[in-house]
Design a protein around this ligand. Sequence first.
Ligand SMILES: [Zn+2]
Length: 176
Amino acid sequence: MALEIRLYPDPVLRKRAEPIPEITDEIRALADEMVETLVKRVGYGLAAPQVGVLKRLIVVDVEDDFYVLANPEIVAASEERVLGVEGCLSIPGVEAEVERARSVRVRGLSLSGEEVEVEARDLLARVFQHEIDHLNGVLFIDHLGRAKRLQLLKEYERLRRSPQAQPQREKEGAVI
Ligand SMILES: [Zn+2]
């Protein structure tokens, strides 16, 4: 069953998610539903708080790379940082350039309970950083300067108030 995606400014998006002490059937079922939700909504990633569950679980689906990780953390990040256009399933209709580390090493637990490490770069690294931010109550808009953030939120509010209003152009960034 696809789950409802919580939209900004839902307060659940600002809370810190709890670690998952062990992989249970309940966690596997949640992961299945998150995967289904992500496929339906055509994004690159989804974090449990986005479906209202404050647990540290993410799903990442970027081209040939597919990961479901519990308790993911960034254990190393490149000094090199790059700009890329990002959007978010929880803040639909708007996007902005966000600076992120070009590559990261992520450690977490697979659904079989094994510790895994992933070396990610470029888009995959961006998606991991965006999803792990969600687990800490951080949104991509928090990485913008104040003026840019306010402008983006104004546009978002305008779109929310008039659902028939369409974005002015096709979005081309990565919806994460
Ligand atoms: Zn997001």
